[in-house]
Design a protein around this ligand. Structure first.
Ligand code: HEC
Ligand code: HEC
Length: 294
């Protein structure tokens, strides 16, 4: 079903056939049918781009988005344990799936299953397990993607704060977005796009980042507590979180683009525009052709 085979005969031979078969005499009518067929062909081209449903490939993607922050892009371990290793169990897939679904209480490892309030479906967890198992010795090595950084305009540092919010934004995308959402809207972790009630919010935020929150999924990030971030990096994060607090006043918690129905952006929107355009143009052409005849 390649599109070339599909279009060529249409423009050459089929015109006459369409005219006879559908009984359309005006050029506008044929044009209308051709455009309709073109529109019908468009979704086919998007279908061809749908991502693969190979579980290892899906797992690779999900791992990069959710786990690499703590376990390292290569499974080598960071805040979280090393995952690129040989698993001692007879059914390592069940052991790993259970840990991912339920988390490890008392550690930084959160529960990821929707049954436990996490963001991942069971089939997504199975896909990640399949990907992790490719790291067993002899398994193929595939590098997961690094999370895509969010494009933000340059930020001015808030007053009385030492860190650089622009460096903080990058650190945030790499370490925190996985739990707090790319727009700080909250996910496994609390929303950070809010007004901070304290008189010195920078100090309370720095304290939480450095030391984590005992008994919750919020890990400690300071080197003093075994985390991966330096004092300066934590200051950058504090500055960044504070700039975002101002950007999101309490009366408007979600940015405006979120209100658009998703089908209006992307192919849905393109299709809708083309359909409307074609309907109007062909309507006008047919009307013109009719009025000429009589
Ligand atoms: C906030 C950091 C963090 C994130 C994010 C995280 N983990 Fe963990 N994970 C940990 C820590 C810490 C441990 C070790 C806990 C312990 O044993 O005390 C761990 C342990 C594990 C283990 C058990 C390792 C072993 O040797 O038994 C598996 C499997 C695992 N994580 C998978 C995942 C997967 C898959 C994801 C992504 C869906 C993920 N983790 C996300 C912190 C994290
Ligand atoms: C594994 C998930 C996870 C990651 C990764 C994570 N957090 Fe958190 N964070 C949480 C959770 C869960 C809470 C809420 C804990 C509670 O209040 O019980 C939280 C709370 C916080 C709070 C306090 C919010 C409040 O309203 O007081 C701040 C600030 C914060 N996180 C900043 C960060 C920053 C900055 C990073 C990146 C360096 C980060 N977090 C990474 C899970 C996470």
């Amino acid at each position: 079903m390649s599109q070339q085979n599909f279009k060529l005969p249409l423009s050459c031979q089929t015109k006459g056939f369409l005219r006879r078969w559908i009984g359309l005499r005006s050029k506008a009518g044929v044009l209308f049918i051709l455009m309709l067929l073109l529109i019908l062909a468009l979704p086919l081209s998007t279908l061809a781009q749908t991502p693969s449903n190979d579980p290892v490939e899906i797992g690779r993607q999900l791992y990069g988005e959710n786990c690499a922050v703590c376990h390292g892009i290569d499974g080598q371990g960071r805040v979280g344990a090393q995952l690129a290793k040989d698993w001692p169990s007879l059914r390592p897939d069940r052991v790993i799936a259970s840990v991912i679904a339920n988390g490890i209480p008392g550690s930084a490892m959160p529960a990821w299953s929707q049954a436990r309030g996490g963001p991942l479906r069971d089939d997504q967890i199975e896909a990640i397990v399949a990907y992790i198992l490719t790291w067993e010795s002899g398994g193929p090595r595939v590098l997961p993607p690094t999370p895509t950084p969010v494009l933000r305009p340059p930020l001015t540092p808030p007053p009385d704060v030492q860190g650089d919010p622009n460096r903080g934004a990058t650190l945030y995308d790499q370490n925190c977005a996985v739990c707090h959402g790319s727009n700080l809207e909250g996910r496994i972790g609390a929303t950070l796009a809010k007004n901070w009630p304290s008189i010195r919010p920078d100090q309370s935020i720095r304290n939480v980042i450095a030391n984590g929150i005992q008994g919750s999924a919020m890990p400690a990030w300071s080197r003093a507590k075994g985390g991966p971030l330096s004092e300066a990096e934590i200051n950058d994060l504090v500055a960044f979180v504070l700039t975002q607090a101002k950007a999101a006043p309490p009366s408007l918690p979600t940015p405006t683009p979120a209100f658009q129905p998703s089908w209006l952006s992307g192919w849905g929107g393109v299709l809708l525009t083309i359909v409307l355009f074609v309907l109007i143009v062909s309507g006008a052409l047919i009307y013109q052709a009719r009025t000429k005849k009589y």
